[in-house]
Write a protein that binds this ligand. Sequence first.
Ligand code: GDP
Ligand code: ZN
Length: 327
Amino acid sequence: MRRARVPLGVPPDTPTRRMNPASVPLVEGRIVKAQSGFFTVESEEGRFICHLRGRLKQKRLATDVAAVGDRVRIRRASDGTARIEEVSPRQSVLSRRSPRQEARKPGPEQVLVANPDQTLFVFACAEPSPHLRMLDRFLIAAERFHLPALVCANKIDLVGRPEAETLFERYRAAGYPVLYTSAQSGEGVEQVREALCDKLTVLSGPSGAGKSSLLNRLCPGLGLRVSRISRATSKGRHTTVVPEIFALDFGGYVADTPGLKAMALWDVGPEDLEEYFPEMRPFLGGCAFNNCTHDTEPGCLVKEAVLQGRIHPERYDSYLRLRRGQP
Ligand code: GDP
Ligand code: ZN
């Protein structure tokens, strides 16, 4: 039997811990930052830097035990430290597998954000001109993770509303809410606030689209903190970024995930693609060939819908390019 260890210089019978730790109530919180085995948890009682309870760490799971966005219960100790005792089951996840495992057998997943409620993709109407095929790929990633997606068409002050709609109405037609904004004039920003309120939103979009400016409009100072992270990741793919979600002062969080672009299609097979274009779904299963790829086959309902203007030709073109493995 091991003898209880007593700190040096303390008489053996001095109680070093009076409180039974199990009697301290658990506090509910959410992980907002993860760094080298430490987790910052935001709770009603404040922010605490926590470590994981040993038993949780030992669990060999096919996923990260804890990640930003996870809802947790923590126990505070009298010495000011805190420990994560429980991690709630995830409702949703944005994840990837480590690249070295991607090629062969599925390895443990690396969680980028736990429990995201939705995604918001910000693209500028101009400066830089929007790369809509990239937006199509982002939307596929959202579909793949079963996350509702919102599109934000920013910088409408540069082109005017009609031109902005020419570019982005195809997404509304596909079933995605489109928010038209100008972070510069403030137009439409209120709708962004309403959309983000009380949700954990994964924010993404090309650099220069105005993500930080929009966040600054919503919560002064927040955009600056977020853009620091974006810049770190755009420097190179090996730059490590500390996963973090940012609290919105009107309620909710945003997660800035520039890496979404790279991961968008990591495990989407060509035959899965049709499912990830929501406007194609009503026509699936009705083509003359039941393994129709909606490319050159006769009797294809999807192509018919494109001709009838029920599917936007550019969205269909995006589908075809991805389906054929073209860049
Ligand atoms: P991020 O890289 O997506 O975070 O983009 P930034 O917020 O840093 O914005 C990039 C540039 O676009 C900055 O010079 C902003 O001032 C500018 N910008 C952002 N939003 C707007 C907008 O709505 N209208 C105009 N004209 N410029 C904007
Ligand atoms: Zn077809």
